[in-house]
Design a protein around this ligand. Structure first.
Ligand code: HEC
Ligand SMILES: [Cu+2]
Length: 439
């Protein structure tokens, strides 16, 4: 006699499995690839559905046959000896032909899907160059003259043709909700295209690097904003130019009493910062469209924790309110300050003195950094307090980051000691005010 009576447990087991299955449907999955938001994803998911359907059919049929056979032909006490059979032509032909037919049903649409997704992008597609760097993303729109980083804007309803390259090691580009994952391979160009649905105006998605690429691979993320064609055009047109609101490139430090852009002025500001330096800026440019901060869905808002304990990056936040954008600009653009603020040896800010070309720039293009919501490969929010700490000690916030430690007294993981000289909090607050003014 056995104590284990399966029948007694069967109902409970059934309920448990059913609950588990139900739980899988109850939540929101903002990084799911099982969406139908682009033509590419629809093609792939049609294949998936067919495979699941046929696979489930095969599974149920085979298992049913197996269970039936086990029960029906089980060994019984005193039963007859099993009949021995040698070969059964009809049966063997059947179990060869049926799987072959199933494979054809899978192979034909699979090959079709490969041809569809590998085909050249349709004429008139928007070209976007995706360049992988350890550990951030560069996005270029060569037809529009735009170079940006970590935040990808796409027009809804228009096919985008991605040209995928890497500056260093392998990476892989993927916005799961929009589908179409593809690798960035050294010395080779990969292509991919898809069309975000026209109905997708003002949506934001998470993007990831999905090929291991070193220390901060998991920290190499980006955001994809799908917006209406109008908004995209407004964004792109503005991005192609220099920033509105920044102290004008020809401006020198203002005379005593002249208005300056301060962090406080910017915080409560509705108008472009240019208005605040009206005396210095002859032309007041309108700021182009930016995905509204207050409309960011929760799943794209960065939640990376700041370093704590010993590694806490201390900063005097009170200084941020009086950050002086003109002084910040002077720090970055005056060659005399290069030792302390070598920013432009790695970053391009259009309209400022060019020390590197886009192709040699080691860091993200900062021309319109003030219009970005994130920093550091989508890891952190670009609010002034976080930005200040980033400038002070980026590698402490993002392991291995190629953006160097620049704050005086900060521990520099590269040289394994504290920086004897570097930027003080006052100077960083000024740089923050300047970078945030680059709308
Ligand atoms: C040695 C080259 C180098 C220097 C010098 C440098 N940076 Fe960077 N910077 C980088 C790199 C690389 C990144 C990308 C880091 C990452 O995300 O891992 C970066 C990222 C940034 C970002 C975030 C951009 C974004 O969109 O994510 C800001 C802002 C920034 N740097 C500002 C500065 C400022 C201000 C200075 C000077 C005080 C400076 N950098 C000096 C290389 C440099
Ligand atoms: Cu990676």
């Amino acid at each position: 006699m056995s104590f284990f009576r399966p029948r007694r447990y069967a109902p409970a087991l059934f309920v448990a499995v059913a609950l588990l299955a139900l739980a899988a449907c109850g939540d929101q999955y903002p990084n799911s690839t099982f969406t139908h938001l682009t033509d590419n994803n629809r093609t792939i998911s049609a294949l998936w559905d067919r495979l699941m359907f046929l696979g489930t059919g095969v599974f149920v049929f085979v298992e049913a046959l197996l269970i039936f056979t086990i029960i029906k032909f089980r060994k019984r006490p005193g039963g007859p000896k099993a009949k021995q059979i040698h070969g059964h032509a009809a049966l063997e032909i059947t179990w060869t032909v049926i799987p072959a037919l199933i494979l054809v049903l899978i192979a034909v649409p699979t090959v079709q899907a490969i041809y569809t997704t590998q085909a050249k992008a349709p004429d008139g597609s928007l070209k976007v160059e995706v360049i992988g760097h350890q550990w951030w993303w560069e996005f270029r729109y060569p037809e529009l003259g735009v170079v940006t980083a970590n935040e990808l804007y796409l027009p809804a309803g228009r096919t985008v043709s991605f040209q995928l390259n890497t500056r260093d090691v392998l990476h892989s580009f993927w916005t799961p909700q929009l589908g179409g994952k593809r690798d960035l391979i050294s010395n080779r160009t990969n292509w991919m295209w898809y069309t975000p649905d026209r109905s997708l105006a003002e949506n934001a998605y998470n993007g990831f690097c999905v090929e291991y690429c070193g220390t901060s691979h998991a920290n190499m993320r980006f955001r994809t904003f799908v917006v209406s064609e109008d908004k995209f055009e407004s964004w792109a047109k503005h991005q192609a130019g220099i920033a509105a609101g920044a102290p004008v490139p020809t401006a020198v430090a203002p005379a005593a009493g002249a208005p300056v852009v301060t962090g406080a002025a910017m915080a409560g500001m509705k108008m472009p910062a240019a208005a605040a330096v009206a005396s210095a800026a002859p032309v007041e440019e309108a700021v182009g469209y930016t995905f509204p901060l207050d409309k960011l869905p929760a799943h794209v808002v960065p939640t990376t924790p700041m370093p704590t304990g010993e590694s806490t990056i201390k900063f005097d936040d009170a200084l941020l309110a009086s950050g002086n954008a003109v002084a910040g600009r002077e720090l970055l653009t005056n060659m005399a300050n290069l030792g302390k603020a070598p920013c432009l040896t790695c970053h391009v800010i259009k309209g400022e003195m060019a020390m590197v070309k886009d192709d040699q720039a080691k860091g993200p293009n900062l021309t319109h950094f003030g219009a970005r919501h994130t920093l550091g490969g989508g890891l952190f929010s670009s609010d002034p307090a976080t930005l200040a700490r980033w400038i002070k000690n980026a590698p402490a916030m993002k392991p291995g980051s190629i953006m160097p430690t620049l704050g005086a007294g900060e521990y520099n993981a590269m040289i394994k000691q504290k920086l004897a000289s570097g930027l003080d909090d006052r100077q960083i607050a000024d740089i923050v005010a300047y970078l945030k003014s680059l709308k």
